[in-house]
Each structure stands twice: as structure tokens, then as C-alpha cells.
Design a binder for this molecule. Sequence first.
Ligand SMILES: NC(=O)c1ccc[n+]([C@@H]2O[C@H](COP(=O)([O-])OP(=O)(O)OC[C@H]3O[C@@H](n4cnc5c(N)ncnc54)[C@H](O)[C@@H]3O)[C@@H](O)[C@H]2O)c1
Length: 417
Amino acid sequence: MGSSRVADTGLAADGQARIEWADAQMPVLRSIRVRFASERPLAGVRVAACLHVTAETANLMRALADGGADVALCAANPLSTRDEVAAALTHHHGIEVHAVRGEDGAAYAANVTALVDGRPQVTLDDGADLLSVLHDSRPSQLSELLGGTEETTTGLLRLRALEAEGRLACPVLAVNEARTERLFNDHYGTGQSTLDGILRATNLLLAGRTFVVLGYGWTGKGVALRARGAGAQVIVCEVDPMRALEARMEGFEVMPAREAASRGDVFVTVTGSRDVLTGVHFERMKDGAVLANAGHFDIEIDLEALRAAATGGVREVLPFVEQYDLGDERRLNLLASGRVVNLAAGEGHPAAVMDMSFANQALAVEHLVRHGAELAAAVHPVPETIDREVARLKLASLGVEIDSLTEAQRDYLRSWS
Ligand SMILES: NC(=O)c1ccc[n+]([C@@H]2O[C@H](COP(=O)([O-])OP(=O)(O)OC[C@H]3O[C@@H](n4cnc5c(N)ncnc54)[C@H](O)[C@@H]3O)[C@@H](O)[C@H]2O)c1
């Protein structure tokens, strides 16, 4: 194990309490950890993870370490790092961690490099940074890779682009697209935690407000659903006709962003794209409008255009709330500097949500260790067997039993006639 770089090891006891609290709500991952500890399926495998450094991630790291892996962790976003968790992982669990909350881009890049220096055989990414650095600057290490997993849509976009260029050198399991992951992480998890981040930063009453969701994908659907549940009038903006139609049939108002701009009190971008809200929208917005982003990168709200529009200046009015004075009696409130609002201003997903994601991650790592060498260098779906196992373990943890097909039903479904 290399040496760790964390803010303050004195925070370890607080971090350990948080890790244990999260563990109590992660029964699926815990059952996998118990099995891993007895079977040791990852014995001696070098695993590098670039994920949000939270208590839930800590429990994934524990599961991998109990499975026998040599584990190192760095932060996928310096703003979401919990320094006490980083301290506890190094101090109580002997896991190498490189993460300090709020550190700058150069420090962030140095952390990724430190993990790559450990010559990982399996990578876990949330935004494809480890695999990008390995492909860009460590081609000699690519042959050592059994494979990687990717936790987010944006990371998959990058990796599929690499695959399309014929340059992807290892199998990647698209954990982000496992059905159990999408349902819990993108839909229920981000839906709830995005609202939580907005409310913690602003303490707005959502009932009666107009809430605009830009992007009605897996994540946007969850945000729209929860905003409606809080009593807001929800408008959806989309570019995909199928998704726009779905939003309309679900009872949301659907319109172009330009039109929604003058109607909204709160705007949330969640597209995975760039410049979704820009100058043409800011100039139409109402005084006091709140702008937040739940997409992976801070490019969905055009920050340069927002700064240019703020002829009256910019000031921080509350933690995580910057007010842009447009110089004409209108002020726009940007949350968390346009970064992922649920992670920056909130605590991210509840542990029960991450339980499903990280159960998929743990089983995906086990699959790569067992079968990575046989898989083509491509982005692969998480095997259906893993998805079903995660759902089965979750139902068991909830005490829910279900029916199974009878032999006659199985024969019927298999038969063409
Ligand atoms: N904050 C979080 O915790 C969290 C969790 C999961 C995913 N994400 C991020 O959220 C983003 C969306 O992820 P997803 O899984 O919902 O993706 P998705 O592909 O299912 O949905 C994105 C939707 O945005 C639409 N879209 C694209 N450009 C648009 C534009 N200019 N205007 C309006 N709509 C547009 C697309 O048509 C699509 O329907 C990604 O960046 C992903 O990494 C964040």
C-alpha cells in the first residue's frame, strides 16, 4: 500500500461513526462483504477507485478489501469529499486514500496519478478519470488491466467515444446502466437528493413554485417526480421527442427552455450535456430565480455567460448560494457554483441507494477478476445475473418474498408454439 494523503487523521473517529451509520443501511453490500471475507475472491488484486469519498464508498472499499483486494481510493469530486471518512479509511481500515475536501484541480490530478502509480488491475471510475489517464499517459500499463467499472453516464460517454476510436484497451462494465442501479441511484436517489441539496442551500418552500427540469432522462425523471411531490408546478424541457412525450403523458408541462426561462422559479439541469442554460435564458429569467445543476460536470449552466450578464456584480449570500446581479433589479441565485448540487450542497444519495450501486460495483469487480481476461475490450452491460442477484438480496433485506415460475410456466415461456 502507498502512503495516503488526507486532511486530518484526527477526524478518524467521526468518520468511523459515519461509516458504521451508513453500513447499517447497506444490507445488500454487507451481505456481499461477509461472503467476500470468507471466499476472498479478489485475493491480491490491485484495485484503484476514483469515486466520491463518502461513508457509502467507504463501505464498498471495505467489501473489496475484505475480498482480499489491495485497494486505493481518490476523490471523483473534491467538493464531495468527507475528510473524516478519508481519515477513518486510512486509520481504521488500512486503505490508501488520496483526497482532501475542496482541493484544487492540480491536487485532484495528482491524486489520480498517485493511484495510477499503484499499477491497478481493476479500476472503479465515476467520470472515467482513471481510465482516461491510463489510456492517455500510461499505455505501458494497459496490458495489466483486467477491466474497469464506470458509475456515471458521463464517464460512459467518454469511454464509448474511446471505444469508437478503437482505443479502449480493456473491458468496462457499465454499472451505471444496471437496472437496479438506475432505478435506485438515478431515479430515486438523485431525485430525492437533488431536492435535498436545493432545500439545504436555500430553505425554499417548493409548494406553489414553478420548477423547471432540463433533461428528462433517468435522473431528470426522478427530480421531476419529487419536485411534483413537494407541490411544485413542474415544467420539463427536452430535446428527445420520446422523452418529451413521456413527460407530457406523465402530466408535466413540456416546452422549450427559452419559454420556460421566464416561467421558472427553480431550474435544474440534468442532461449530461453543455450550455443547457445560457445567456438567452438568463435574460428572460425572473428576479430571484434559483439555478442548480445535477448533471455530472459544471458545464450545463453557462457560467461564463452568467458572469458576463452580472453587470451589478456577484456575491455569496449564503453558503452554496452565489447571487448574480443583472443590473436591472433582477438577481439570479446560482447554487454550488453550478456543480452537482446534491453532492456539493447536500450529502449525496442516501446510503440505501448507494447500497444498490455499490453492490453492483462489488459484484462487477468480482466478475472482472474472474472473467475480465475473457472479455473483449469494450463497454459491456453488467451481466443480468448480477442485476438479479442485487435485486434478490435487496428484497431479502426488506423481508419481501416473491413467487417463482413453475416448471410448466417455464416450459410455456420457452416454447415457440
Ligand atoms: N447528481 C447525481 O448524483 C447524478 C446521478 C446520476 C447521474 N448524474 C448525471 O446526470 C446527467 C444525466 O444522466 P441521466 O442518466 O439522466 O442521462 P440520460 O441520458 O438518461 O438523460 C439525459 C436527458 O437529457 C436530455 N438532453 C440532452 N441535452 C439536452 C438539452 N440541451 N436540453 C434538454 N434536454 C437535454 C436527453 O435527451 C436525455 O433525455 C449526467 O451528467 C449524469 O452523469 C448525476
